[in-house]
Design a protein around this ligand. Structure first.
Ligand SMILES: Cc1cc2nc3c(=O)[nH]c(=O)nc-3n(C[C@H](O)[C@H](O)[C@H](O)COP(=O)(O)O)c2cc1C
Length: 203
C-alpha cells in the first residue's frame, strides 16, 4: 500500500511497506522456528543504529528453552503470558548497567566519557534507558526487515524479572519481544496514528 508521500522517500516502497505500512505488532505466530542466522543478520544490520557516545547498552537474551520461558512467564502480566509461552522465540531485552566500561573502546574520540558516567549513577541509568530503548526500536524494525514479526511486551514486573535473571544487578530488564512468522490473518485495521500537524510544530 502506498500513500501520497511514499515517493518522497528514497527507500523502495516495498521496503517501506515491509518495515512500517504492512507491519503489525503480532501476538500469534506460525510454529516455524526462528533460526540463529536470521538473528545474526538482524544484528549485523541494526547494530549500526546510533547511540550516545556509541554506548550500545542493549543486551539480548534469547529464551528458547521451556525452562527459561517459565522463569520469565511468572513475572508477565496475565494477558501477556499465554502469547509469550506460545511464541516460537522470546527475546528478553535488557541494558548493561556498566555499559560505560566499554566506552574507551567504543568511543575513543572522548576518553573522558567513561568517567562522566562512572561519577553519576542517575545519568548512567537515564542514558542506558534512552539508548537501550533506541536500540530496542532498531531491533523491532530489524526483525521486520528479516521478514519476521515482533510482539513487544512491556507488561511485566520489572523488579521480578531483574531478580530472576540479573541477581547481581549487572543488567536491567527493558522489554520482552516475541518473534516469529506471523500467523495468517485477514486485512487488519490499523490503530489510529497521530497526524503530522499534531506531532510537529515549527518554531
Ligand atoms: C514498548 C512497547 C511495549 C508494549 N507492551 C505491550 C504489552 O505489554 N502487551 C501487549 O499486548 N502489547 C504491547 N505492545 C504492543 C502495542 O500495543 C502495539 O505496538 C500498538 O498498539 C501498535 O500496534 P500495531 O503495531 O499493530 O499498529 C507494546 C508495544 C511497544 C512498542
Amino acid at each position: 500500500m502506498s500513500t501520497s508521500t511514499t515517493h518522497r522517500l528514497l527507500l523502495d516502497p516495498a521496503a517501506q511497506d515491509l518495515l512500517f505500512r504492512q507491519a503489525y505488532t503480532e501476538d500469534r505466530f506460525t510454529g516455524e522456528a526462528v533460526p540463529e542466522d536470521a538473528l545474526r543478520a538482524v544484528h549485523d544490520l541494526v547494530r549500526n543504529g546510533p547511540t550516545a557516545f556509541n554506548q550500545q547498552p542493549l543486551r539480548i537474551h534469547l529464551l528458547r528453552s521451556a525452562a527459561s520461558r517459565g522463569r520469565l512467564a511468572r513475572h508477565l502480566s496475565r494477558s501477556n503470558r499465554e502469547k509469550t509461552l506460545a511464541a516460537p522465540l522470546t527475546a528478553l531485552l535488557a541494558v548493561d548497567n556498566a555499559f560505560h566500561l566499554r566506552l574507551p573502546e567504543l568511543f575513543p574520540a572522548f576518553p573522558g566519557a567513561a568517567a562522566l558516567y562512572a561519577e553519576d549513577p542517575g545519568l548512567r541509568e537515564r542514558s542506558a534507558l534512552m539508548n537501550g530503548s533506541l536500540q530496542a526500536a532498531y531491533f523491532l524494525v530489524g526483525i521486520r526487515a528479516a521478514g519476521l514479526a515482533a510482539g513487544p511486551v512491556s507488561g511485566f514486573d520489572q523488579s521480578g524479572v531483574d531478580r530472576e535473571f540479573f541477581p547481581d544487578a549487572e543488567q536491567s530488564a527493558l522489554l520482552v519481544v516475541n518473534i516469529g512468522r506471523p500467523a495468517a490473518t485477514g486485512p487488519r485495521p490499523r490503530a489510529p496514528r497521530l497526524a503530522y500537524d499534531e506531532v510537529h510544530r515549527t518554531l
